[in-house]
Unconditional design. Sequence first.
Length: 169
Amino acid sequence: MKSSRRSTLLGAAVIALTAGLSLSGAAFAAGGTILQVVGDIEGGAESGQFDLERLDTLPQNSFTTTTIWTEGEAEFSGPTLKSILAEVGAEGKPVKAFALNEYNVELELGTIEADVPIIATRADGKPLSRRDKGPLWIVFPYDSSEKYKNEVIYMESVWHLYKLQVGAE
Ligand SMILES: Nc1nc2c(c(=O)[nH]1)N[C@H]1C(S)=C(S)[C@@H](COP(=O)(O)O)O[C@H]1N2
Ligand SMILES: [Mo]
């Protein structure tokens, strides 16, 4: 009795430790949903659930740029925002981006181009950790044009992105 209780406690401790580690690290790569697209989408609620693997199957873009929030250049890569919206039948509809820290912003439709922005899944080929504004970050090629250096674009550069809400609320 005593020893089985102890092993139960030990098991609970191991589970708690594992859960703690997975929250802090790159464990999101293990297959869970990292982006939810909700609202006015086609194909039902499941069609709006994206894990990293599914994001990797969508049309990708990558570019090297500095950002006003990070040091030095990095090559950001990930699916285009447009390809995600197309995937769920949400192109041309209003879309609001939500961050884990409760920040949210309505995206101006005119800023969503064919290849830009991307939902960056990686910087220099490595998954973005929370410390690097991951696991997902809406990134524009800031250095490539003056049109990507303004407050609207900066506002839309949502890091810790986890949800896109499609359609009017
Ligand atoms: N997750 C998240 N992304 C965010 C924000 C935020 O608070 N949280 N702020 C936005 C705004 S309003 C701007 S202008 C830019 C710049 O934020 P900064 O004030 O930290 O430079 O990041 C954008 N992305
Ligand atoms: Mo801002």
